[in-house]
Design a protein around this ligand. Structure first.
Ligand code: ASP
Length: 434
């Protein structure tokens, strides 16, 4: 009697074992690309996350493995950006070229971020994710983000001590100093040639270091995914599924209506674009930190054809100030919270949400959960109680996965678009030469 049952379970088991063996062989013999390995890591992480509570496995066990990955990829960011930007600025013979690149980049950033909030607001108005939902707001509290005055934001771009800026990883200050240093280096001429070669060499070395670090990515991604799924499973998600769905739908619209037309203009096909972007996108999705995806985002954009001059400037800048995903979220969350509290949102209030969300997203940092703090700025201005933040906090990780992916995608699209505008076409061979 037992025999048939045994055979019916052993055949699928054998199949799974064979599949695992084939995958492992491909990975070991390096026949599988890194993005494919990362995708498998992610899928495996989901399976582990789902099964972990059932078999009594504590998901926090995986946390250190994920943390190692985040620290490794953040470790390379400051030296990579610093050296690449100096080398990039030193190779620009005319300062006006960089001025043009900066202007086009900033116009693109502001325009696409405003569109992002608009899309978020529009979809939230149509779907009305908060209508009919009764969530208790008793005992909920939230801290308000204090917004620094604009003058301070601008004067803070200049570092008092560049070494301190590097040590603290203050990206805008690093960009400012590296640009000046690069220009200075190009003015020195012959006497600066050795230093320029050294900086160039250091930038190339950091690319190799990044590649080394990325070998760990499949394990890191698997661990991060396992923890996320185990701690933010369906039970947490279900009550707020509508608002999460609106966020993902708006993210999809931003890709289809804003990024893909820009990508098409550069001459890339959507499939080539997404294939080239797979690594930074998986990192963004699993770590919820665009700062962690910065190094691979620069590399991927360059491989797709963004020039070093444009990408080494615009991607670190975008990483700090261009947060389209976070902006979408602010629009969606504002409408959601207003519906829960029964606060009317006439058109003038919604227009002010667009303006405020653009500003708040500029101040948003590339770390997990940053938008949840910055959104208090929008809520205060339009009269939504701050406790509303706590209502969406439970599903923030899931929302953040979409936000960060869009944040990273927006920066790469900008670098490709500005390269196309500057050069007339993309330059994929430049990265291959390195
Ligand atoms: N986690 C996002 C990022 O790193 C920021 C946010 O929206 O919270 O880009």
């Amino acid at each position: 009697m037992l025999w048939p049952r045994c055979s019916s379970t052993s055949i699928p088991n054998r199949r799974v074992t064979t599949l695992l063996a084939v995958v492992l062989e491909k990975v070991i013999k390096k026949r599988m690309s890194l993005p494919a390995q990362m995708a498998i890591g992610m899928a495996l992480g989901i399976v582990i996350g789902v099964l972990a509570p059932a078999v009594g496995l504590d998901a926090s066990w995986f946390k250190p493995l994920g943390q190692i990955f985040i620290t490794l990829i953040r470790m390379v960011v400051v030296p990579l950006v610093f050296f690449t930007l100096i080398a990039g600025a030193a190779s620009v013979s005319d300062v006006r070229t960089l001025g043009r690149v900066a202007t086009k980049t900033l116009v693109y950033y502001i325009f696409t971020t405003a569109l992002a909030v608009f899309i978020g607001l529009l979809l939230a108005n149509l779907v009305q994710p908060g209508v009919g939902l009764s969530l208790s707001t008793e005992n909920l509290t939230a801290k308000q983000a204090t917004v620094p005055p604009l003058v301070k934001v601008l004067t803070d771009i200049i570092p008092l001590n560049p070494v301190d800026a590097l040590a603290q990883g203050r990206m805008l200050q690093i960009i400012f100093f590296a640009l000046l240093f690069g220009f200075g280096l190009s003015m020195v001429g012959e006497r600066g040639a050795t230093l320029l070669k050294t900086v160039d060499g250091a930038a190339e070395t950091m690319i190799k270091v990044t590649n080394m670090v990325m070998l760990y990515a499949p394990i890191g991604v698997c661990a991060l995914m396992a923890v996320t799924v185990a701690t933010h499973g369906l039970a947490v998600l279900l009550p707020l599924i509508k608002v999460v769905a609106v966020m993902y739908l708006a993210a999809l619209c931003q890709i289809l209506l804003v990024y893909l037309p820009c990508v098409k203009f550069t001459g890339l096909t959507p499939s080539a674009f997404f294939k080239g972007m797979a690594e930074p996108l998986i990192i963004a999705f699993t770590t919820c930190s665009s700062a962690a995806a910065l190094a691979t985002n620069m590399q991927s954009a360059q491989k797709l054809g963004a020039t070093k001059t444009v990408s080494s400037f615009s991607i670190p800048l975008g990483n700090t100030i261009n947060m389209d995903g976070s902006a979408i979220y602010m629009g969606v969350a504002a409408i959601f919270a207003a519906e829960i509290y029964g606060i009317p949102m006439p058109i003038d209030k919604q227009l002010s949400v667009i303006l405020l969300a653009v500003l708040a997203s500029i101040g948003c940092m590339g770390v997990p959960g940053a938008a949840l703090i910055m959104i208090t700025m929008v809520f205060t201005q339009v009269g939504i109680p701050l406790e509303a933040v706590a209502l969406v906090a439970g599903v923030d990780r899931v929302m953040d996965m979409a936000r960060t992916t869009i944040n990273v995608l927006g920066d790469a699209t900008g670098a490709l678009l500005v390269t196309r505008l500057e050069e007339g076409k993309l330059k994929p061979d430049e990265a291959n030469k390195a």
